[in-house]
Design a protein around this ligand. Structure first.
Ligand SMILES: Cc1ncc(C[n+]2csc(CCOP(=O)(O)OP(=O)(O)O)c2C)c(N)n1
Ligand SMILES: [Mg+2]
Length: 608
């Protein structure tokens, strides 16, 4: 056995059953060690997924864990350019707190320091993203303790860890049993028991606070994943309404009347009302960053449950901070909670209904040529109960948050805090690899599709035959614009976007899919929506929906601040032609009339 084979064996012992990667001579030894494992369908099996770009390997390793695949994600990439490509995907693991081990090749030790080709100081480049654990294996005796400590740290801290392995070290004979002497270690591959619930005395204090509340709001995040029933029971007991952070979207069913859906910039007016009118807040496993969407400071008494004691009270001044696993903590809390009446819930449900009516009207509004929300709502109606959903960064994120009804039977995720374009297709691939018997849906903007999606469709076409369930639907929102940023430009700078920067070439995405042996169709008119969606969801192979949608359906935040209105209006009045093209007339009226009211209020002809 050599060092590379030893590393692979030890990673396997920690639960690494799938590796996303790309070859190169800097990592040749490790890939050679993976080869027989890939063929071995028995105990020692490790799947190898060859992607088109190392960034995909980083994203997919992260997403694999999020979608319930391996307990620890793994990507294996070569030295220099391979490792530099992978960096962004590994940052996703850091920001969304996912255990991932990145194995990076490196220049041979003998050549290091000579300015050799592909020689990059990876320990420096990866210092930040690998802050939990980053080491270079330079001696065969280090393999046991370095792999063990890396994997244990990744799992315990839910962070990426990095092992750099020079190419010549990979080939050296392994030291499987280090000698029993000074400065050698004998380490364990037995995982640590998971963190349990919070301390009973603190749970009792939290119960007292929650029982005193009359208008309780829940903010539910990814930390509540897997505990949907408990969250519902707690909410029912407290007569509470609940808003969901983006990564917690599947914890509670969007269709429940007391669930107000998404919160924050992409959220609903119902979540805004819930937060702004509650007197008590219970945050469960969420680190939702938009602080202005929480209750006003001082308005609500708050309890937070988080597995990480270091992340308490960061977004809202909480009174009781319960550090522990959300499931165990909620289970301890539930018997201490008194039954509340449903007066507040009735109010919450009324606002939820308003939102539903408003959003249905938005989707029904005419657009040029097709309203993206109509397409997404059509998808929502057809989505299988067990679908796995991936979404990219852009307007797709908004429509995912607002128009797609998901619940605990689904799985849904994205690069939540990093919000990188190009996450959607790698997430969809990992979602399918982790759940080959479930249908997958990806929602991706044309910009992100052009960034990496068209290439990674090659990966999809390569592996599609392996999947037990062939359904893999990719919705491309072909609006020929970096629309999300165009709206940000209007809303924050008060300026129309520069078309040279923001417009995108039209690409026949469905034709490309068919060239690859997949299926696809274009939606160019509203009357094609139903037939194309029906075909997409009936297809037994990956299907690309090229939806030619309107870039100018406004992305209105749930609460328009006066300054946003002023700036958006300024963009309009300064002659942004797109703004006049907004065909969701009712909405346009809302923004424009609100803007005019504010402008009028400020008495400022000059602002126009
Ligand atoms: C890697 C990366 N580059 C740039 C951005 C900034 N950004 C956020 S959304 C967006 C526009 C996305 O365009 P597209 O994929 O076409 O989706 P749309 O908003 O048009 O639906 C951009 C450029 C980003 N988030 N990530
Ligand atoms: Mg676009």
């Amino acid at each position: 056995m050599n060092v590379a084979e030893h590393i692979v064996e030890r990673l396997h012992a920690w639960g690494v059953g799938r590796v996303y990667g790309y070859p190169g001579d800097g990592i040749g030894g490790v890939l050679a060690a993976l080869a027989p494992r890939h063929e071995d369908q028995g105990e020692g099996h490790i799947d190898f997924v060859q992607v088109r770009h190392e960034e995909t390997a980083g994203f997919a390793a992260t997403a694999d864990v999020k979608y319930g695949g391996n307990p620890i994600g793994c990507c294996v990439v070569t030295s220099g350019p391979g490792a530099l490509h992978a960096l962004n995907g590994i940052y996703d693991a850091l920001m969304d707190r996912v255990p991932v081990v990145a194995v990076l090749g490196q220049t041979a030790e003998t050549a290091m320091g000579s300015g050799y080709y592909q020689e990059v100081d990876l320990a420096s480049v990866y210092k930040d993203v690998g802050r939990a654990y980053l080491e270079t294996i330079t001696d065969a005796s280090q393999v046991n303790h370095m792999v063990d400590r890396a994997c244990r740290t990744a799992l315990a801290e839910r962070r990426p860890v990095v092992l750099i392995v020079p190419s010549d070290v990979q080939e050296r004979p392994a030291v499987v049993e280090p000698p029993d002497k000074h400065a050698f270690f004998h380490t364990s591959t037995v995982p640590s028991t998971p963190v349990q619930g919070a301390a009973p005395a603190d749970v009792a204090r939290a119960a007292e606070l929650l029982n005193a509340g009359r208008k309780v709001a829940l903010l539910v995040g990814v930390g509540a994943h897997g505990y949907s029933e408990l969250v519902e029971q707690v909410a029912d007991r407290l007569g509470a309404g609940a808003a969901k952070a983006l990564l917690g979207k599947t914890v509670l069913d969007d269709r429940l009347p007391w669930v107000t859906g998404a919160i924050g910039l992409l959220g609903t007016t119902a979540s805004w009302h819930l937060m702004r009118h509650c007197d008590t807040l219970l945050i469960i496993g969420s680190n939702m960053p938009y602080s202005e969407y929480y209750p006003e400071p001082g308005q609500a008494r708050a309890v937070q449950i988080d597995i990480d004691g270091a992340r308490m009270g960061l977004r809202y001044p909480t009174e009781v901070n319960l550090a522990g696993d959300a499931g165990a903590t909620l289970a301890a809390l539930l018997p201490l909670l008194e039954q509340h009446d449903d007066a507040w819930r009735t109010e919450v449900a009324k606002h939820k209904q308003h939102w539903d009516d408003y959003s249905a009207a938005r989707a029904a509004a005419k657009a040029d040529p097709v309203n993206p929300e109509a397409v997404v709502r059509g998808i929502s109606a057809r989505l299988a109960k067990d679908a796995v959903v991936a979404v990219d960064c852009g307007t797709a994120t908004s429509w995912y948050a607002r128009d797609l009804d998901l619940g605990p039977t689904h799985r849904g995720s994205l690069a939540g805090l990093l919000l990188s374009m190009g996450g959607g297709m790698p997430y969809a691939i990992a979602g399918k690899m982790a759940n080959p018997d479930r249908p997958v849906l990806a929602m991706i903007g044309d910009g992100a599709m052009q960034m990496n999606g068209v290439n990674e469709l090659i990966t999809v076409s390569r592996y599609a035959k392996r999947w037990g369930n062939g359904s893999f639907v990719v919705l491309v929102l072909n609006n020929r614009d970096l629309s999300y940023v165009s709206w940000e430009t209007r809303g924050t700078l008060g300026a129309p976007p520069d078309p040279e920067q923001s417009s995108l070439p039209d690409v026949p995405y469905a034709d490309w899919a068919r060239l690859l042996g997949l299926d696809g169709a274009r939606i160019e008119r509203p009357d094609q929506i139903d037939s194309v969606l029906d075909a997409a969801f009936a297809a037994d192979r990956p299907f690309v929906i090229d939806a030619v949608v309107d870039a100018n359906v406004p992305l209105i935040p749930p609460h328009l601040t006066a300054s946003q209105v002023l700036l958006t209006a300024k963009a309009e009045f300064s002659g942004d032609p797109a703004f006049f093209g907004i065909v969701a007339e009712g909405l346009r009226e809302t923004v424009v009339s609100k803007a005019k009211a504010v402008l009028g209020h400020h008495g400022s002809g000059d602002r126009g």
